[in-house]
Design a protein around this ligand. Structure first.
Ligand code: NAD
Ligand code: UDX
Length: 464
């Protein structure tokens, strides 16, 4: 078995994860492949205009690209060169047929399994890096090992043998490099057979890094394959549930005069609850939470656990409601008519420090405002290109790099993403350029509301 690694899928997961694996394992060659030629060209671009924005990513890529990290569309030769194959292709929510709107669309996944089987000329460890429904490894194994028979049964045993492991990724966008360099834990699920255990050992060695300089062995947790697959969905569902829970309390705070930031601070001081992931806001976005909770709902339904399915569905329902509530509150605060008013949306990315707009709350809110014939000027430091693509075809939307220009003559500023640039703006200048009365709706509670009020703004927050 050689130590080389190939990852199929050069997206938000494949790119950063493999860059850090290459950095921490200078003795291994790491290949990252994709069918998307444009994406691979961007990863290889001379001026490091990488296809995704992540703080610290460019520095890692500069350090290892061309030395032991290679981006390529030649999947065939990369698979031949490497005995360890990570699969990090997309697994979006299925939008057609059985399970539409809930189940994972596994077509890219299955196509990849068939590709690996077609190209492999020796034994391989295949590692699920994508987030997948429980028991996907069984399907993968069936495709990969189809027709080879079992050596121990005395029939077949010819052809490459594939051992399938689950190694879900827990990094969050915006902090991907930090999360990868010092993860809370790494999870590796494998079959409890001698080959399975040996394969898990190989993957543990990757995360330990060269000379044991990366992840401490105590943080590398091993389980059976099904537990690993389910843990990823479960962890995302628990995190999403916390956001929905705090947002459900935020509405009650608004109605009663309680302050959600105070409530969250004191709740979080209880070590059993913990202080993280209790920030009320416009609801969660990103490519993972909604998709993974829906996947969990579908799995519960499939196994006849209808009450559990309903429970997890509530997390999504609350999230949608939070975005609808933002528009309702804006409507009320702007004298029950939004038509033809100009609203400057500050931030379109689903969170700060990323250009990713998948499932961004700003997208849903923008569509709702568009239905009200609002003139929307959207600004974002990193997400304008993705945002333009998301809202293509909608009239009445302009995109503005400069937040001051976006706010000029606006009736309201609607802050959707907590970019650190926004609290640092000259809000006196913003106020002067706006139509009066000027409103700021800070859905992330990241601006100094008292200071804004002193300048003359009317201010709305979430949960206050
Ligand atoms: P992505 O869409 O950014 O990247 C996936 C890439 O796979 C695309 O570039 C696509 O062209 C490529 N691809 C698809 N089919 C292929 C094939 N047959 N051969 C070669 N390349 C192929 O998606 P992502 O955000 O990187 O997510 C990938 C997986 O990782 C998903 O299952 C997701 O749930 C999981 N995940 C993502 C994150 C995150 O923060 N984005 C975090 C944890 C887990
Ligand atoms: C998430 C998981 O955190 C990560 O472990 C997994 O691998 C992928 O999915 P990500 O979606 O990139 O990561 O970002 P995350 O920081 O979890 O934020 C998700 C959404 O929740 C964002 O829209 C964020 O603004 C929102 N959020 C988060 C809140 O509204 N309040 C919080 O307290 C935390």
């Amino acid at each position: 078995m050689n130590k080389n690694i190939v990852c199929i899928g050069a997206g938000y997961i494949g790119g950063p994860t493999m860059a850090v694996i290459a950095k921490m394992n200078p003795d291994r060659k790491v290949y990252v492949c994709d069918i998307n030629k444009k994406r691979i060209a961007a990863w290889n671009s001379w001026n490091y205009e990488l296809p995704i924005y992540e703080p610290g990513l460019v520095d890692v890529v500069k350090e290892v690209r061309g030395k032991n990290l290679f981006f390529t569309t030649d999947i065939k030769s990369a698979v031949k060169k490497c005995d360890i194959v990570f699969v990090g292709v997309n697994t979006p929510t299925k939008m057609f047929g059985r399970g539409a709107g809930r189940a994972s669309d596994l077509q890219f996944w299955e196509a990849t399994a068939r590709e690996i089987k077609g190209y492999a000329d020796g034994d391989k460890i295949v590692v699920e890096k994508s987030t997948l429904p429980v028991r996907t490894a069984a399907a993968m194994e069936a495709i990969l090992n189809e027709g080879r028979g079992k050596r121990e049964e005395g029939r077949g045993g010819e052809g490459p043998r594939f051992t399938v492991l689950s190694n879900p990724e827990f990094l969050a966008e915006g902090t991907a490099i930090k999360d990868l360099l010092s993860p809370d834990r790494v999870l590796i699920g494998g079959p409890e057979t001698p080959e399975g255990k040996a394969a898990v050992g190989e993957i543990c060695d990757i995360y330990a890094g060269k000379d044991g300089k990366w992840v401490a062995r105590s943080k590398i947790l091993t389980t059976n394959v099904w537990s690993a697959e389910l843990t990823k969905l479960a962890a995302n569902a628990m995190l999403a549930q916390r956001v929905s829970s705090v947002n459900a309390l935020a509405g009650l705070c608004e109605a009663t005069g309680a302050d959600i930031d105070e409530v969250a601070r004191v709740m979080g001081a209880d070590r059993r609850i913990g202080s993280k992931f209790l920030k009320a806001g416009p609801g969660f976005g990103g490519s993972c939470f909604k998709k993974d909770v829906l996947n969990l709902v579908y799995l519960c339904e499939t196994f006849g656990l209808h009450t559990a399915a309903e429970y997890w569905s509530g997390v999504i329902k609350m999230n949608d409601h939070q975005q609808e509530r933002i528009v309702s509150r804006l409507f009320k605060a702007m004298f029950n008519t939004l038509a033809n008013k100009k609203i400057a949306m500050f931030g379109f990315a689903f969170k700060a420090d990323t250009g990713d707009t998948r499932e961004t709350p700003a997208g849903y809110v923008a569509r709702l405002l568009n239905e009200e014939h609002v003139r929307l000027a959207i600004t974002d430091p990193k997400a304008i290109e993705n945002g333009k693509r998301d809202l293509a075809g909608l009239d009445g939307i302009t995109w503005e790099k400069d937040p001051y220009k976006a706010a000029k003559d606006a009736d309201a500023v609607l802050l959707m993403t907590d970019w650190k640039e926004y609290p640092a703006l000259d809000w006196g200048k913003v106020f002067k350029s706006m139509r009066k009365p000027a409103l700021v709706f800070d859905t992330r509670n990241c601006l100094d509301a008292a200071a804004l009020k002193r300048l003359g703004f009317r201010v709305l927050n979430v949960g206050k």
